[in-house]
Design a protein around this ligand. Structure first.
Ligand code: SF4
Length: 78
């Protein structure tokens, strides 16, 4: 399990999450920021600071944002 950034990030990209992540597992893509699920330690710090509430714990993702998990996993697939 990991935290996941949804498409709500796309119009914001505030990047505040980068400053608080203790393991530097958040990276920018062409469209939004994404979290490396293999490195995330589930601390929740990014969720608390996101100004558009784009970040969720994977198990708590609303149905309409389920694709965010796949987006992250595909981005970090070797
Ligand atoms: Fe980084 Fe913690 Fe957010 Fe995971 S939950 S991406 S470790 S700040």
């Amino acid at each position: 399990m990991a935290f996941v950034i949804t498409e709500l990030c796309r119009d914001e990209k505030a990047a505040v999450c980068l400053d608080v992540c203790p393991v530097n597992c958040i990276v920018r893509t062409d469209t939004q920021y994404v979290i490396d699920p293999d490195l995330c330690i589930d601390c929740g710090a990014c969720e608390l600071v996101c100004p558009v509430e784009a970040i969720y714990f994977e198990d708590d993702l609303p149905y309409e944002y389920q694709s965010a998990t796949l987006l992250a996993r595909n981005h970090f697939r070797n």
